[in-house]
Design a protein around this ligand. Structure first.
Ligand code: ZN
Length: 308
């Protein structure tokens, strides 16, 4: 059984005209997951997170800054890449809330795994800085929720978005109970994610990938090192920052993964989850900016989750 958390608030979060992180991304994903082969998904509304949830990973000053920046009409820019519209606050809270509800449901045994299809994404949001289309660190907050409120001891996050998960790294730098693995193109935005960035407890693993490299390179690196590191850590829950912008057709980066590469990676991550934590896995959508490639890769990803 696989859960799908989404909400149409994500369709009311506007960015400037022509921005790649556009409403059509979520529309394409929802349409793809409405196909008959996804009829067995258990579909749920992504609830709004409470502000107390945000404080699991962000200081009150950041929460207040975003809340107060939210416009009544029009758009305001938080940074050159990241804007808020009147619908953004609710959409961002539902992105976090969807991840928390997915953790609750998976840990309660209501489903083996869950996919959270919301926007804005979260993995670039630092403790006190919205950036890279992100306001709050969805997956880092979800990990803290699993640790602090459900009493887990070890959570692993795997971020396969083509960009480094600098926000997740920042939010969890001092967290000894999380293994954070990020593979990403380097050099590329946001510029962080070198292998020597290892966190206060040595449990951040950054894996830079060369521009132009393909799925074969990715499979070799995950297969030879990363899955074993994940198994050795023995997490009680695996959370994915599932970005699909390493796809060859993506306009924002230069990796050459295929849809089948995303399916393979999902399948292998589910196998690890099965072996170490009863299959418990929560996947949260991050990037992916070619609309057709995104929809196809998400469909392949969710197909593998459902088959796990
Ligand atoms: Zn990305």
């Amino acid at each position: 059984m696989t859960l799908l958390f989404t909400n149409d608030a994500g369709l009311r979060h506007q960015m400037p005209l022509g921005h790649p992180e556009q409403i059509a991304r979520l529309e394409h994903v929802i349409r793809a997951l409405s196909a008959p082969e996804f009829a067995a998904l258990d579909r749920r509304e992504a609830p709004m997170a409470a502000e107390a949830d945000l404080l699991l990973a962000h200081p009150e000053s950041h929460v207040a800054a975003i809340r107060e920046a939210a416009p009544q009409d029009g758009l305001i820019a938080l940074d050159p890449d990241t804007s808020m519209s009147p619908g953004t606050w609710e959409a961002a809270l539902r992105g976090v809330g969807g991840c928390l509800a997915a953790v609750d449901a998976v840990l309660a045994g209501e489903a083996k795994n869950a996919f959270v299809a919301t926007r804005p994404p979260g993995h670039h949001a630092e403790k006190t800085r919205a950036m890279g289309f992100c306001m709050f660190g969805n997956v880092a907050i979800a990990a803290k929720h699993a640790l602090d409120r459900h009493g887990l001891s070890r959570v692993a996050i795997v971020d396969f978005d083509v960009h480094h998960g600098n926000g997740t790294q920042d939010l969890l730098w001092d967290e000894s109970r999380v293994l954070f693995i990020s593979s990403h193109q380097m050099p590329l935005y946001p510029g962080t994610g070198a292998a020597h960035e290892r966190g206060a407890h040595g449990n951040i693993l950054n894996v830079p990938l060369s521009p132009g490299s393909d799925g074969e390179t990715m499979r070799s690196i995950y297969g030879s090192r990363l899955f074993q590191r994940l198994r050795d850590y023995q997490p009680e829950l695996i959370i994915l920052s599932a970005g699909f912008d390493a796809h060859a057709d993506d306009p924002l980066a230069n990796l050459n993964w295929t849809t089948e590469d995303f399916a393979w990676l999902t399948r292998e991550l589910c196998k690890v989850a099965e072996d170490v934590c009863g299959g418990r896995l929560v996947s949260s959508m991050e990037g992916g900016y070619n609309l057709d490639a995104l929809a196809e890769a998400v469909a392949a990803h969710v197909t593998e989750l459902m088959g796990a």
